[in-house]
Design a protein around this ligand. Structure first.
Ligand SMILES: NC(=O)c1ccc[n+]([C@@H]2O[C@H](COP(=O)([O-])OP(=O)(O)OC[C@H]3O[C@@H](n4cnc5c(N)ncnc54)[C@H](OP(=O)(O)O)[C@@H]3O)[C@@H](O)[C@H]2O)c1
Length: 230
């Protein structure tokens, strides 16, 4: 069974990826900032017969991400960049909080870059060689008819470009890089009025991820498997 690595694994979509891949029999490496406080992950680990490994990593801290990579010995077949923040809500021109913006870019854009760089060789020596970055429909230029949310939108548009370049740069090594929109999901970030449960979103994303290969690299997908307009 392929090994899956998930960032932001202690809650929300990352926790659900961890739960579902474990249930399917995969080995899962769960990255989160504070494993000692990640009660749900700890309880999954206790029942996992060694299939779940918890590793500390703050994606804004290069040393922390590199230490996490040094702790992981085996190959990583599927790397899922899930950690993310939305930042302060309602930011338009005239009300931008530049510190907040910097932090959102650090987590949502540079975080996936740090993780992909640190785990590049783990992915390259695996069978599947797939990296998936959870972006958002809010990162689509084509879809932006309502404006606002400048830190979040720009971070997701930029991570889309990052992964599009990574797909080209890593093609020769057989590594597949895609970005996916999980839909509007009931998590701390999505809130209670969202349209999808984490179970529904992650089940759909797992079906999509299962069929990814070099032919799909460099694409932007919706959770239902259709391509999303950049
Ligand atoms: N929910 C939605 O409707 C929706 C829609 C579109 C896209 N997305 C994207 O889906 C992904 C997951 O979102 P979610 O809804 O599951 O959000 P969430 O419930 O708020 O969870 C966010 C996760 O990111 C982690 N994280 C934040 N900053 C971090 C850092 N510096 N280093 C490591 N981990 C960090 C959090 O860890 P802590 O507990 O330590 O803070 C948490 O595990 C994000 O990339 C988000 O942008 C979500």
């Amino acid at each position: 069974m392929p090994t899956v690595l998930v960032t932001g694994a202690n809650r929300g979509l990352g926790l659900e990826f961890t739960r579902q891949y474990l249930a399917e029999g995969h080995a899962v490496i769960a990255l989160c900032r504070e494993p000692s406080r990640a009660k749900d992950l700890q309880s999954l680990a206790r029942g996992s017969k060694g299939a779940l490994t918890l590793v500390a990593a703050d994606v804004t801290d290069g040393d922390s991400v590199r230490r996490a990579a040094a702790e992981v010995q085996g190959a990583v077949d599927i790397l899922i960049n899930c950690a993310g923040v939305i930042g302060a809500r309602g930011q338009r021109l005239g009300s931008i909080d530049y510190e907040d913006w910097r932090h959102v870019l650090d987590v949502n854009l540079m975080g996936p870059a740090r993780v992909c760089e640190a785990f590049l060789e783990h992915v390259a020596r695996s069978e599947r060689r797939v990296t998936v970055t959870i972006t958002s429909g809010m990162g689509s230029l084509a879809d932006n008819t309502s404006g606002g949310s400048i830190p979040y939108r720009t971070s997701k548009a930029a991570v889309n470009m990052l992964m599009r370049s990574a797909a080209i740069d890593l093609k020769a090594r057989g590594i597949t890089c895609v970005v996916v929109n999980p839909g509007w999901v009931k998590t701390d970030m999505g809130g209670p009025n969202a349209t999808l449960s984490p179970e529904e979103s992650v089940s759909a994303l797992r079906r999509l991820i299962a069929r990814l290969g070099p032919a799909e690299s460099g694409r932007f997908y919706n959770h239902d498997g259709r391509e999303y307009a950049w």
